[in-house]
Ligand binder design. Structure first.
Ligand code: PLP
Length: 381
């Protein structure tokens, strides 16, 4: 490996900022000086630019009946979607449905609603491929159900949920709103966003800056805002807009949603290269990502070594992968997602995730695999 070269394979946690997107941010922050809520010329100029950014986002997602709510990231968007629906429509019913394999920014919201606000929550199980079962969802729906919230692409395993099928099922239940955490799907797998009521997007997973995200919301229903105040973002998220951030995010969305097929074509062989190595060494590794998972993520376990030791040893060699998900503030190494897939303790306690982006190369992967091989085989048991 060339000296000082970092091999970054943790793109599901954070992507590298695209210089073009940073350039947009820098240009806007220098040329648009005013608060877009101000009615003077400079304010209106900023407001117009923001409107264009919103329209571009809707066009890129092919949405005509949605509105854009800029947020600080996906955690806020998930909280707004779920609590916003629960509190707005509690009078219609107090039953909510999600799955056991959601990101903590969804799971913990449901736990709060359940324990502190007396909502009833059904947590759908996942199958051995990491996705939910439609029949179980059908059986869980009651006359009290007001919301279903599901992850589109699992952030740990890359497993893809049958979002289109769920949307088709829920179309028969006009009282139930469908929220999708699409953070790991945007620009990575094809989704028909127009069928979804609420869609969560994170900027830092699509090469934008940290600290920005979106909730795309259908126009036909209300949400109780979490942040009350000056009424920005249609009243759903008060607080002065960061125009440069919002405009640069709209550019990131445009770039992410353009040429998805060519991005998939880039990462698929890299994913396969990793898979082939793991399969050839099946005495050491078990692959957890199903074969039809997002090609941007490959999750596997060590059959007889500790994952945290391997992550640290690779990190010391300049190779960044993760054990479970970096989104857990605590340094947990147990994967509740892989556990829910029905795997044994050694497997769900020692998961590793390599996550890819289009800047990764075959030689990055070769270097990763030869170092992984050396590290794992070098650990005394
Ligand atoms: N949802 C998913 C699927 C994620 O992968 C993440 C972050 O990893 C989040 C939500 C939370 O995103 P953020 O940290 O930007 O709030």
């Amino acid at each position: 490996m060339a000296e000082n070269k970092i091999i970054y394979l943790d793109n599901a946690a954070n992507t590298l900022v695209d210089p073009e997107i940073l350039n947009t941010y820098n240009k806007v922050i220098q040329t648009y000086i005013a608060n877009p809520s101000s009615i003077h010329f400079e304010g209106q100029k900023a407001s117009h630019l923001l409107d264009m950014a919103r329209q571009q986002i809707l066009d890129c997602f092919r949405l005509t009946n949605h509105e854009v709510i800029f947020t600080s990231g996906a955690t806020e968007a998930n909280n707004l979607a779920i609590k916003g629906v629960a509190f707005q429509y509690a009078n219609r019913g107090r039953h909510l449905i999600t799955s056991v394999a959601e990101h903590p920014s969804v799971l913990e919201v449901f736990r709060q609603l359940e324990t502190k606000f007396a909502f009833k929550v059904t947590y759908l199980s996942i199958n051995s491929n990491g996705g939910i079962n439609i029949e179980e969802l059908k059986k869980s729906i009651t006359s009290e159900t007001i919301l279903v919230s599901l992850i589109a692409v699992n952030n740990e395993t890359g497993a893809i949920n049958p979002i289109g099928e769920v949307a088709a099922l829920l179309a028969k239940y006009p009282k139930i709103l469908f929220h999708v955490d699409a953070v790991q799907a945007v620009g990575k797998v094809n989704l028909n966003y127009a069928k979804l009521d609420l869609i969560t997007v994170a900027g830092h997973k699509i090469n934008a800056l940290n600290g920005c995200g979106l909730l795309l919301k259908g126009k036909k229903f209300e949400l109780l805002p979490l942040l009350a105040g000056g009424g920005q973002e249609g009243g759903f998220r008060s607080g002065s807009n960061d125009v440069a951030m919002d405009v640069s995010l709209s550019k990131a969305v445009r770039l992410a949603l353009a040429n998805i097929q060519s991005k998939i074509a880039h990462v698929k062989p890299l994913n396969q290269q990793i898979r082939d190595y793991l399969l050839a060494n099946s005495d050491l590794y078990e692959i957890n990502s199903p074969i039809d998972a997002s090609p941007f993520i490959i999750n596997f376990s060590l059959k007889n070594r500790k994952a945290s030791v391997v992550v640290e040893a690779l990190s010391n060699r300049g190779i960044m992968i993760s054990s479970t998900s970096a989104c857990h503030a605590r340094n947990e190494t147990i994967s509740y997602v892989v556990e829910a897939m029905g795997k044994p303790e050694q497997i769900y306690s020692n998961t590793l995730r390599a996550s890819l982006d289009t800047n990764n190369t075959t030689s990055d992967i070769s270097a990763f695999l030869s170092n992984l091989d050396e590290v794992v085989k070098g650990i005394k048991r």
